[in-house]
Design a protein around this ligand. Sequence first.
Ligand SMILES: [Zn+2]
Ligand SMILES: [Zn+2]
Length: 303
Amino acid sequence: MNNNNTLGDSFNTSYEELNFVEKAWLNYFNSFENETIATALIAFLIHEIVYFGRCIPFIIADFIPSFTKYKLQPNKVNTAAEQWSCLKSVLASHFLMELPLIFGFHPIATLFGMDITTVPFPHWQTMSYQIALFFVMEDTFHYWFHRLLHYGPFYKYIHKKHHEYSAPFGLAAEYAHPLEVLILGAGTIGGPLLWVSITHNLHLITVFIWISLRLFQAIDAHSGYDFPWSLRHFLPFWAGAEHHDYHHMAFVNCFSTSFRWWDHLMGTDLKYQAYRQKKADELKAVAAGGSTIASSSDNKKTN
Ligand SMILES: [Zn+2]
Ligand SMILES: [Zn+2]
C-alpha cells in the first residue's frame, strides 16, 4: 500500500490520540493493498448509503396523512410503479456509470496533491470554509450548465429525461441521462479538484463530507416537501425544494441548485416569483373568506 501520507509523516500525533473515525480511517486504508480500490469502494458505499438513506424519511412521509399539507404539489401522486421504475434507472446509473467513474477519482486526486490517508483530519474550520466554497462553485456551475441543458437539442436529447417527473420525489434526484450525470456531476467534483490543484490543501474526508451534503441538498430539493423546518425558512438565500419543485412543475425558471442568487440576478425567477405571489394571494383570500364567514356568523350570534 501507499504509506506516503499515513500517520506520523506530517503530524506528531500518536495513534491513541486519534478519534474513533480517524482510527477507523487509518485501519480501513491499511487493510487494502491498493489505495485506488480502497478509495473507490468507500466513496461508492458512502454515496449509496447517503443517497438511499436520505430518501427513506421522504418515502415514509408519503404514508403520513398529516404531512400531505407540506407537499408542494399535493394533487400529483407518483405511483409505486413510477417510483420503482425510477429506482431501477437510478441503480443502473450508479452501478454502470458512476462506479466505473469513481475508480478514476483517486489517480486524479493524488495527482493534484489531495491528502488521502493522512490523519488526524484537518481542523473543522478548514473543512467548513472549503465546503462552503464548493457549494458556491457547484451552484454557479450548475446554474449555467442547467440553463444550457434547457436549450433545444440539449433538452430534447439529454435533459428531458430528468424532467419526466413534473412532481419530483427524493429518488428522482439522480434520475437523469448518463450525459447529464457526467456534465452536472463534474460540477460537484470539479470544485474540489480545481481547489486542490491550486492550493494543494484538501483532504479526502472533506470531499466525502461535501458530497454527502450535496446529496442531502439534491434529495431535499427533489423531495416534493416544504416543511416549516426546511432550511430555506432559516436561510432566505437557500433554494430548497420549493424553488426546484417549481422548475419541475413549470419547466422554466429556477436553474440553480443550492442558492437563489443566480436566478435572482439573471431574472430567471420572475415567473416563479409571480407564481409565489399568486399562491400567497390565494391563501390570503381563503383566510379573509374564512374570517368573513366567521365574523358574519359571530354577528348572527350577537344579533
Ligand atoms: Zn431542468
Ligand atoms: Zn431536478
